[in-house]
Design a binder for this molecule. Structure first.
Ligand code: UN1
Length: 522
């Protein structure tokens, strides 16, 4: 491998990337493929651990491509991981916070150094296009850095309180909880595993990470970064296997003090309920999907709106919890908007996402592929599919489907409310903006939302009334997607999130700590 220049990637620099980025990525895909087919371990107490059975990870881009074999962990592996994390907690939490920050910054730098390899693997592992895959890797590093900065800037959240007299010395401090479980999803296998794990670790907790079964490879690469950065044995542990076995054992474990889960509403609510059965309350940071609306006013710039919706509806094949899946557009501009949206969508190349010109890859797995077929059959029967609505078998042995735009779906149809997590967007016209707002808010979710209008009063009205945690106005690079740590806070309201606090912002890392008041008299 030649010496590579460091290229800083963010979602907003992806529009016009450094040309070297493409060269490096192409090389990295070849190198990554040459290493496929190995067996990967779990990582418990600083040691590699194998189970009696493994599972195969095939690429959704090409089902003949076996990327690796991963361990089918058991309850015993989870119990060992939790026990070792518990044993390591005293020493890790007792170290000066500056040492934890230094180790985690080193981990972030290793992730950035390994950007291209991790991005190439992720692209094949989950079907992310090259720019989105590189963005996800760099976002992982930036989330860790952001939380290191937060600890440093706040002196690890040790603050004086009011004192009754000269003799009173009163402080508020934050302390870590203990063993923290991170259960991460397939769609951001770097950022949504490394971000929460990094926050938990820098706050002084010990972590057991269980990634989605679709994305063990990226999570293993992340584990190597933590290990190589000097995170001590037992402080970070990595277990693989099914959600019902390994995931459930982790959630049920009485020594797990807190959990971060990102995934579906149903599983998130299940974890919240399970956790509530424990001996005392324990924190659950759950990020649980969305059904994100975009409202387009008759005073909108329709070019911006069409571009923003296209990017957010179909980026990563609609499998972002931030994806735009519903559009409410004023009747006066609906035809113009639809024409432009269809035109932009028809220019999307679907195919192997490691290839530069392909913007959409396959959907993640067989389940998503089958869901797509079921949903589009329903949409063909009940609405007007104005673009897409079919699987793309001709593209090869992967889960390729067409981006799909649906008009005239009756407003009481279930797919206006149910998260599909696929490249499908439903559009309807409206006459009255208040009614559009009402429809936009009438779902269980409240993660992200978009608005297009050139009128300041309308913008303020929308900001005042929309029920979601992440808002974007007139954003053509993504109507509802593309938050970056430090630039946008990212967290959901209602059924989208459990804490009311977001990632990548002022209130995140503190959630991994509990407050203690210390009054010393004398
Ligand atoms: C998710 O889809 O689970 O704002 C998170 C975005 C990404 C995060 C999405 N940074 O689109």
């Amino acid at each position: 491998m030649s010496e590579r220049k460091h290229i800083k990637v963010t979602y907003s620099t992806l529009a016009s990337p450094d040309p070297l980025l493409h060269e490096y990525f192409d090389e990295s895909v070849v190198e990554a493929k040459a290493g496929f087919g190995k067996t990967f371990p779990m990582y418990i107490n600083g040691e590699e651990r194998t189970a009696s059975q493994t599972f195969e990870k095939r690429s959704p881009v090409d089902l003949d491509l076996v990327m690796g074999y991963f361990q089918k962990g058991t309850a015993e592996d989870v119990n060992d991981a939790v026990a070792t994390a518990k044993a390591a907690f005293l020493a890790w939490s007792g170290r000066p916070w500056q040492e934890r920050v230094a180790i985690m910054r080193k981990a972030a730098d290793l992730i950035s150094e390994r950007l291209f390899h991790m991005g190439a693997v992720m692209s094949l592992e989950i079907g992310k296009n090259r720019l989105e895959a590189l963005g996800d890797v760099e976002e992982t590093a930036d989330l860790i850095r952001y939380n290191c900065d937060a600890i440093e800037q706040n002196d690890n959240f040790s603050r004086p309180l009011l004192s009754e007299s000269d003799k009173h010395h009163n402080r508020s401090v934050l302390k870590p909880y203990g063993v923290w479980a991170v259960i991460s999803p397939f769609n951001f296998p770097g950022a949504l595993a490394g971000g929460p794990a990094g926050a938990a670790l820098v706050a002084g907790n010990c972590v057991v990470l269980k990634p989605a079964t679709d994305t063990p490879y990226t999570a293993w690469l992340l584990t190597e970064c933590f290990r190589d950065a000097g995170v001590p044995a037992g402080v970070f542990n990595f277990v693989t296997g099914g959600g019902r076995s390994v995931g459930q054992t982790l959630v049920d474990h009485p020594d797990v003090a807190g959990v971060t889960f990102t995934g579906s509403y149903d599983v998130g609510m299940h974890i919240l309920r399970t956790f509530a059965q424990g001996r005392y309350p324990r924190p659950v940071i759950a990020e649980m999907g969305g059904k994100n609306p975009t409202i387009i006013s008759k005073k909108a710039d329709i070019d911006k709106a069409a571009m923003g919706v296209m990017r957010s509806a179909f980026g990563l094949q609609g499998q972002k919890c931030s994806a735009c899946s519903r559009v409410y557009v004023h009747n006066d501009v609906k035809d113009e908007f639809m024409t432009k949206l269809v035109d932009l969508t028809s220019q999307i190349n679907v195919g192997d996402p490691t290839v530069k010109d392909n913007w959409m890859g396959p959907v993640a797995n067989m389940g998503a592929y089958e869901d797509y077929k079921e949903f589009v059959a329903d949409l063909h029967a009940n609405g007007d599919v104005v673009f897409g609505g079919k699987i793309l078998e001709e593209l090869g042995n992967g889960y390729f489907v067409a981006p799909t735009i649906v008009d005239n779906l009756p407003l009481d149809h279930r797919l206006w409310k149910q998260e599909m997590f696929l490249p499908i967007v439903t559009v309807t016209g409206y006459e009255d903006m208040d009614k559009a707002m009402k429809m936009a808010n009438d779902v269980e979710y409240g993660l992200t939302a978009g608005f297009f209008s050139e009128d300041d009063d309308e913008v303020q009205w929308w900001l005042d009334n929309i029920e979601a945690g992440v808002l974007y106005v007139n954003r053509s690079s993504g109507a509802t997607t593309g938050a970056w740590p430090g630039y946008q806070s990212f967290g959901g309201w209602k059924g989208s999130g459990s804490t009311g606090k977001a990632a990548g912002s002022f209130y995140y890392v503190q959630q991994y700590m509990k407050e203690q008041s210390q009054t010393i008299v004398g």
